[in-house]
Design a protein around this ligand. Sequence first.
Ligand code: DQQ
Length: 490
Amino acid sequence: MGKSNRPTALHPATRAEEPDPLRPQYHFLPPANWMNDPCGLIQWKGRYHMFYQHNPDGAYHDAIHWGHAVSDDLVHWEDLPVALAPTPDAPDKDGCWSGCAVDDDGVPTLVYTGVFPQTVCIATGSEDMLMWQKHEGNPVIEAPPYDEWYVTGGHFRDPYVWRENGTWYLLIGSKIRDVGGMILLYRSDDLVEWEFLHPLIVGDISQGNPFWTGTMWECPNLLDFGEKRVLLISLQATPVDHLYTVYHTGTCRDHTFESEAQGILVYGGTFYAPQAMQLDDGRYVLWGWLKEGRAQRISKWSGWAGVMSLPLAISLLPDGKLGIQPVKELRALRREHWHEGELEVDREPSGLLNGVKGQRLEIVGEFVFEEGAEFGLRLRCSPDGQEQTRIVYRSTERQLVIERDASSLSLDVERNERTAPVTLAPEEPLKLHVFLDHSVIEVFANDGRTCLASRVYPLRSDSLGVGLFAREGSVKAKSLDVWALDSIWP
Ligand code: DQQ
């Protein structure tokens, strides 16, 4: 009898001084401890600056600081000293939560959430962005415009600021009791005195529609695609372990926003709170926080938690949907290459590709299949198949699925499947672009029309195999390319 796929092991406690084999190597994360949302993304004097929610004292969310990193190519990062730390007896005494960065006529300025209560604060930086001075008059907005009962618990956070015709505008996440999430709009001439205009968009939990639901809306971003604008909102919902960010494509007129098309940015429940940076070349590139899917005590032992997604370029498609693709700069990481031409996909469940293996891989494949087929890729597969993660297309259900039931022998990790809808035209092949980085999986289907991300935590050091399989129907891989990817750290 073959080995059982049931979890059998307690996750080993990786001591902080031992390298954790599950720590990603080509996604950004700080040298140690906790990280969540990207903040203050800005191209400044040609370099890309990323700030991030960070607890320098441990791998858990507490006393949040702004970590800081810089890159010349969107891919390789240098971690810099912490930019913002809570100040005792100040509006940010309990943490410097999420916000953004703007160029105020040559002065880099961070606009962030001071807690508790939740307020808007600002800080200005030196030209090299290494020294930050908090504004003496903080907070610059001290409370939501509505009373405590209406906006339950003073939820009021994550300012996003831009300048239009010489005036600053600010969006901030909030909620209405028993109604849903809400994004509020303010304006200012100087980033200090703010006038509340009105809610830009309000949710309605009673609709039960994923684009309008959620009890609190966080981390708004408003992106300018000329005639069209794209509003990103991260939805705090229940269950809390299933986080997601929605986008609304629409038009802005007289300080109002009309939503015309909606979508989920990245499926899978692990990608959250993204922020976009507009590059000098005009591209919008965003990063999101990929949260962990293993017990917090393991993160604490391992000494790290939270990782950034890949840098993702976003574009507006003719139907109003967003296309999301990993940036082309990532090709610099490609090393050893395997190529297969036409391949009949094996029905044998154990078929692994000869010599193709690793825990840092990029895979590009195109598949033709008959209706009803169910097929996919196996990753992080032990030679006997005891541990394996499957990326499956179920053509009848039109679902792309990351099956994690056998992804780890550990008892302390998520093992449920994560899904995303992928509808193809008749005869249209399925194109998959997959990135694996130790415990991170990101999948882009059909040129970035659907993205799905998840986390897996195999225990066996030989869970490195890659395979193709078909459960139902006949399937052919037109081509399959696999690259081993380099680490971004020296
Ligand atoms: N994370 C921050 C908040 C934000 C949340 C706190 C989203 O400002 O609403 O670390 O993940």
